[in-house]
Design a protein around this ligand. Structure first.
Ligand code: ATP
Ligand code: SF4
Ligand code: MG
Length: 329
């Protein structure tokens, strides 16, 4: 496996108390495999991404578990070792891509600098191969690459910045690309292009991809498998087709039923009532129980573990002993 996240827990220290952003989260990803991480705002998707590249903010702390990437235990590496992994093994496109670029440097200079640093790490000189950079810009369909290279980040649109960052990721040739909401800064027409682009790049470069999105319908088009997160935990993970067409966890069913024009949702929940819980004091038992139409006594006291059901893994007391009743109550 290229990536193995085992029982990872991550907290943020805040004045309101400890925010339990990730609890006992496990996830694995093979080479050339892609997974979409989906879930509502605040479910911990970005925290998972930044945890893997060890870029938690100062108030974030690893509270348990481990992360193995390309055979290395990420949490025990020195800062220097982690820096050398970023870019060469893993590259992250952040949720706010503007933050990934230095506002006072031209785009071209920043890319040359990143490649020079990579060259130094690998013990070779990088003298700024502009042709290679232009080729990579073309591969992510940036029009007028020469012009864009001369611009400052604030002179680019959100979509252009995202493409520039993805192009940089390709130049660095990582094994794993983590793209956090890569379609959020682009309008609907561009969204389809970015998705197609990521798929093409995955096939062409043999990348593994973690695609983070709050929109499960976007996930359908990009990933081999889907991991659904709720309140800092993975509640269902399985092949994309299965998760979308036959969602097992009541929360996944809710997400799928929210896909507009989905004809597969007849008889399932039409909306998800209520709102996500506070992660300072998450509900005891299954974290979804205050919103779940199928909640039982056991759900309010005991937290279900992920268990294998029909080729997927689901954390819900309805499985495996009792089949899910799909009639809404
Ligand atoms: P979104 O879809 O809105 O991007 P997300 O799923 O990426 O949400 P995270 O940003 O990982 O969610 O946040 C997970 C939880 O951790 C949330 O409750 C959030 O408020 C909290 N959180 C995130 N960053 C911090 C921080 N720096 N300090 C304190 N709490 C934080
Ligand atoms: Fe609903 Fe219980 Fe399953 Fe949680 S464990 S999703 S509350 S049925
Ligand atoms: Mg996020």
């Amino acid at each position: 496996m290229l990536l193995e996240v085992n029982s990872l827990s991550v907290n943020y220290r805040t004045e309101r108390g400890m925010v339990r952003a990730l609890t006992d989260l496990s996830l694995s990803l093979g080479e050339r495999e892609s997974v979409a991480i989906v879930g509502e705002s605040g479910s911990g998707k970005s925290t998972l991404g930044v945890s893997i590249v060890r870029l938690l903010p100062p108030n974030g702390l690893y509270a348990g578990g481990n992360i193995s990437l390309d055979g290395k235990n990420i949490l025990t590496l020195s800062q220097r070792e982690v820096r050398s992994i970023r870019g060469s093994v893993v590259f992250m496109v952040f949720q706010d891509p503007l933050n990934s670029l230095n506002p006072v440097k031209r785009v071209g200079d920043q890319i040359t600098e990143a490649l020079r640093i990579k060259g130094v790490r690998e013990g070779r000189n990088y003298n700024g191969d502009r042709k290679e950079i232009i080729e990579s810009f073309k591969s992510v369909r940036i029009p007028d690459p020469d012009l864009i290279l001369e611009r400052y980040p604030h002179e680019l649109s959100g979509g252009q910045i995202q493409r520039v960052i993805i192009a940089l990721g390709l130049l660095l040739k990582p094994k794993l690309l983590i793209a956090d909401e890569p379609t959020s800064a682009v309008d609907v027409t561009l969204q389809a292009q970015v998705i197609k682009l990521l798929n093409d790049l995955k096939a062409e470069y043999g990348l593994s991809v973690i695609f983070i999105t709050h929109d499960i319908s976007v996930a359908y088009n990009v990933a081999d498998k889907i991991a659904v997160m709720y309140a800092g935990k993975v509640v269902e993970i399985g092949p994309t087709e299965d998760v979308i067409k036959s969602p097992l966890h009541p929360y996944t069913q809710g997400l799928v039923s929210c896909i507009p024009s989905s004809r597969k949702t007849e008889g399932l929940l039409k909306t998800i009532g209520g709102s996500p819980p506070s992660l300072v004091k998450p509900p005891v038992g299954c974290r979804y129980h205050p919103r779940c139409p199928y909640a039982m006594e056991v759900c309010t006291t005991n937290d279900p573990e992920l268990a294998s059901v029909k080729g997927s893994s689901v954390a819900c007391w309805l499985y495996p002993s009792k089949p899910l009743q799909l009639s809404s109550s």
